[in-house]
Design a binder for this molecule. Sequence first.
Ligand code: PSU
Ligand code: MN
Length: 295
Amino acid sequence: MTIFNFTKSIDVTNAVVSSSPLVALESTVITHGLPRPQNLQLARDMERAVRDEGATPATIAFLDGQLHVGLSNAELERLANEEDAIKVGPRDFANVIVNGGNGGTTVAGTMLACKHANIKVFATGGFGGVHRESSFDISADLQALATIPMIVVCAGAKAILDLPATLEYLETMGVPVVGHGTNEFPAFYSRESGLDVSVMLDTPQEIVDFAKAHWNAGLQSAVLVTNPVPMAEAISKSEMEPWIEKASTPFLLGRLNELSKGKSMRANLSLLLNNARLAAQIARAWRTSERRKVA
Ligand code: PSU
Ligand code: MN
């Protein structure tokens, strides 16, 4: 692989040196996904959730054209309050680098960073996919999932997408969709979708064993782990769907929050933390099985 210059935080450097488990976190959710001040609070809460499970968080973002793998408290605060932050997918890397820009990395952008930093586990909320009623709006997240071998923990795809088409695309590209303790593909705010995952697994260890078997079989695609939103904050599909149909895209998440009287935001925050915890457990199981291999 080519050498790509990026900056590691002190914590991430220490974790690499001591071979301790790392969990990557995306930052589009900070720059574009959530309003201030909930965005900074959530970013800190996700980092804490990862640490509480015995792993080190690596929040990924661009500051002044430099890719950061792990942010200090001050850098995280700066990113959360940046007015001109760009949403950075893979095709935007060169643009941000040559222009010295700031940005939050999407799922695909974060996965590209993980490929360079050799991070195997990543937690996010929802991934991008195939949009409803719009031909050729297909997220670069799907391309990244098809080509970058790592474990991505999410609560399903973004709520506004065409879920059956998104799952078909993942099948075409050879991306296994694991249901964590469920046979049903979770739908972000809702635990149910009426759609099947490709395999159900219950424990972090089973997920690690599955991922290794997948890559040993010669595949380069990611393993997508879908973790349903916790019961307490879940919103049923029948309650959610009319709100989704009413809210139109650019203002969608803000509008959903108004229509649902804050319920959608609570679900969003809850599922993000829940995914950070599961990803940290998987990263630990991964690290343990790598140690066993060496011994
Ligand atoms: N899920 C959400 N809100 C978001 C995203 C996901 O509920 O803002 C972000 C993620 O960073 C994801 C990106 O990678 O949107 C996908 O954007 P696009 O569809 O433009 O590729
Ligand atoms: Mn898109």
